[in-house]
Design a protein around this ligand. Structure first.
Ligand code: NOJ
Length: 750
């Protein structure tokens, strides 16, 4: 047996697949059909498959398993399915392969900070290859929920706050997992989740209800799913969340009207874990049988973990409540994916044919991903120039402080079932290598974990900082503080980290914060004290070398925020593409709480849209990220200032690297529709480009805005484009000021 890679396999013939689906369906009993709709958690930790489980596979009662670990066990399950069940239908073997498998890449939100679809595609390719070698043929990724509430623990898994960015990066992940051909041995089926709206869970609390108006759903939350489907994603997962009274798992509008009728999706939808059973807990149904009915009729094809389908669908068919044709559609959707995935042709995996897990090449890719995910938020100039990059030859002594200095497991972040922390390199190890023979380092963690509240070790940390030329503080969040069901009501630095930073900064030694976290943190109370801030998210197993190379300038930071960083938790939700309101805040109208006269009664203070106790802008805006070189944008221009609806628009801008080192800039194009029949966000990202420029180099960038870029969801909930004036900015972040105006005119063609 030899391994076929995705580049070597020719795509399957759609007609042949449909014929095989029909043929198989015609030979299946109702019980075998319902078996294909059931996904069961793998029941054992050891070697032997329990007989009742083996028997269930043999009888065709299981269509998919999840969390099976180890290629021998998976091959054995496949053998029973293929050789001992009546129809020999192979299993889909699912697993949460979210940001790498053995080789852990940055959390998805970190990867999104690269704004680099190719890099993300390559990361998913490697994750797929590693996972496939253990028998997995289906991952529950990418998560393309829009994250606009960093209290939500799952913001770590998302690709940011913006629909265009999440669409491009999510599609790239799908392509990476599924490869050029899904039948190749190293390809795995992707699953775009959680359909839909999960990111809008109330107060950022997992599993909470969502209330999303249809326009926002269509403009913000659905586009990344559409992009995943268009990229060939074969499965979607229904969300746990309630959407305006109809939980996503029972939501016909989402799973049938939008997904099947409007988008023409022909893969399958899996529920989330137990989410069909939970329909009764939501209070939508009174029993598992009713839950099975609701989910099946709404559009969930396969049930994960709970047993509503396996126990009740047969009866529902007999009672003629669920038509047999509906069951056949559901089964056909599942079988189609199994055929497309080549599961019938090659159900087994031989791990010896795959590259070793966690090998050097894979770790080199994880390193590159971590480098590109790093966002330089702040870099003050001292008397001797900017704080970063550090010149190790010019420093005598560095103080290395903070709970994440040497925490190989924590820097991996959430969803790391298959990781190996022993191949995770923390910053301390990499710093020791880099400093060897050049400068001294003194290490004082200061706090045991990021949640530690004790100040006992502060004096040692302060002494180390006093004796050093620079203090590096590795702070943030332990891995356990983000991910599913790990939400926070206060997203400032946990434990006594703020106090530690303050104490160290009080020494007067320059302080560099390196933040590793599963979410945007509210950092207003500390960024003022420090000289530089490098935001690394949870950077994965190569975090250490990536951080050190960024700090020392071996690599030039290029990451850009894929999500807004609020000043304080109470600003949430805060995102760049908000609506303007009738009373937008201005610096002149803003009134700060300390400036209100004593004993003031009801008086007019500003009367614009702001909080009294925090400046109305975020701490760091969407798209922000600095470099060690200086980029300048100039000569923003349009091919024509007036364009007919339906025509594309060409936009040009000159980008110059004015600094003294090569660098990568992510040029971002934003648009605003000035007057429309529905109020529009103040700006919307419409395109971006990663551009590498040598010192002194100037390049003209060209963007091509397609006619759809000007569309929005009208009052009738359908896309429309209206004539009128648009503002257009290109620049380094969502605050870009270089602007041109465009007139969109009515179509003159009949
Ligand atoms: C529940 C999570 O919501 C989902 O994202 C995950 O894929 C499943 N559990 C399976 O682990």
């Amino acid at each position: 047996m030899s391994m076929a890679t995705t580049a070597e396999v020719t795509p399957p013939d759609a007609g042949a697949v449909e014929a095989r689906v029909r043929d198989l369906l015609a030979r299946m009993t109702l019980s075998e059909k319902i078996g294909q709709l059931s996904q069961v958690n793998a029941p054992w930790d050891g070697e032997d498959l329990p007989e009742d489980f083996a028997e269930a596979i043999r009888r065709g009662w299981i269509g998919s398993v999840l969390n099976a670990v180890g290629v021998e066990q998976v091959n054995e399950m496949q053998r029973i399915a293929v050789e001992e069940s009546r129809l020999g239908i192979p299993l889909l073997v699912g697993r949460d392969v979210i940001h790498g498998f053995r080789t852990v890449f940055p959390i998805p939100l970190g990867q999104a900070a690269s704004w680099n679809p190719e890099l993300i595609r390559e990361g998913a390719r490697i994750a797929a290859r590693e996972a496939a070698s253990t028998g997995i043929n289906w991952t529950f990724a990418p998560m393309v929920d829009i994250g606009r509430d960093p209290r939500w623990g799952r913001v770590a898994e998302c690709l940011g706050e913006d629909p265009l960015l999440a669409s491009r990066l999510g599609a790239a992940m799908v392509q990476g997992f599924q490869g050029d051909d899904l039948r190749a041995d190293d390809a795995i089926v992707a699953c775009a989740k959680h359909f839909a709206g999960y990111g809008a869970s109330e107060s950022g609390k997992d599993y909470a209800a969502t209330n999303i108006p249809e326009r926002e759903l269509r403009e913000v939350h659905l586009p990344p799913f559409r992009a995943a489907v268009d990229a060939g994603c074969q499965t979607l997962m229904a969300s746990f969340s309630d959407l305006d009274g109809i939980p996503a798992t029972a939501n016909h509008f989402l799973m049938t009207t939008v997904l099947r009728d409007e988008w023409g999706f022909d893969g399958f939808v899996v529920s989330d874990w137990d989410s069909i059973h939970q329909l009764a807990i939501h209070g939508l149904t009174g029993s598992d049988r009713e839950s099975a009915y609701e989910a099946a009729m709404a559009g969930v094809d396969m049930e994960m973990a709970s047993r509503c389908y396996i126990e009740h669908l047969e009866r529902l068919v007999e009672e003629e409540r669920v038509p047999l044709e509906r069951i056949d559609q559901m089964v056909a959707n599942v079988l189609r994916v199994k055929f497309r995935a080549g599961a019938f042709e090659s159900p087994y995996r031989d791990s010896a044919l795959f590259p070793a897990l966690g090998n050097d090449e894979h770790r080199a890719a994880a390193y590159e991903s971590a480098v590109q995910s790093g966002v330089l938020l702040k870099n003050d100039h001292g008397t001797a120039g900017p704080t970063l990059p550090l010149d190790l030859d010019a420093l005598d002594r560095i103080a290395v402080i903070g709970p994440l200095t040497d925490a190989p497991g924590e820097q991996l972040g959430t969803w790391i079932f298959d990781a190996d922390a022993s191949i995770s390199t923390p910053p301390l190890a990499s710093l020791r290598d880099a400093c060897d023979g050049r400068c001294e380092i003194e290490v004082v963690r200061g706090l045991e974990t990021t949640r530690d509240r004790r100040h006992d070790a502060f004096p040692a940390a302060v002494a180390a900082a006093q004796a050093a030329d620079v203090a590096l503080l590795f702070v943030g969040e332990d891995a356990i503080l983000s991910g599913e069901a790990h939400c926070r009501a206060d997203i400032s630095l946990p434990g006594a980290q703020e106090a530690l930073i303050e104490a160290v900064a009080a020494t007067g030694t320059p302080v560099v914060l390196v933040i590793m976290a599963g979410r945007p943190l509210a950092l207003e109370s500390v960024t003022g004290f420090v000289d530089a801030v490098l935001y690394m998210w949870h950077p994965g197993c190569m975090g250490g070398p990536a951080i050190v190379d960024l700090l020392t300038g071996r690599r030039n930071p290029s990451g850009k925020l894929p999500i807004t960083l609020p000043r304080v938790t109470g600003q949430i939700p805060i995102y760049y593409a908000h609506r303007r309101t009738g009373r937008p805040p201005t610096p002149e109208s803003f009134v700060y709480i300390d400036d209100i006269p004593p004993h003031a009664q009801q008086l007019s203070i500003g009367n614009t849209s702001f909080h009294l106790d925090v400046w109305f802008r975020p701490l760091f805006s969407f798209g922000h990220g600095m470099s060690y070189t200086d980029f300048r944008y100039e000569r923003l221009r349009l091919e024509r200032d007036s364009v007919e609806i339906g025509q594309p628009v060409r936009v040009f801008v000159d980008l110059v690297n004015e600094g003294d080192r090569p660098g990568v800039e992510v040029a971002q194009l934003y648009l605003h529709d000035q007057v429309a029949s529905v109020t529009r966000p103040v700006r919307e990202l419409k395109d971006f480009q990663r551009v590498e420029l040598e010192p002194g180099e100037r390049r003209t960038l060209e963007f091509l805005l397609p006619p759809e870029a000007f569309a929005f969801i009208g009052r009738d909930m359908k896309p429309r484009v209206e004539p009128g004036r648009f503002s257009l900015w290109v620049g380094r972040d969502s605050d870009a000021t270089l602007r041109v105006e465009l007139e969109l005119t009515r179509e003159t063609r009949a």
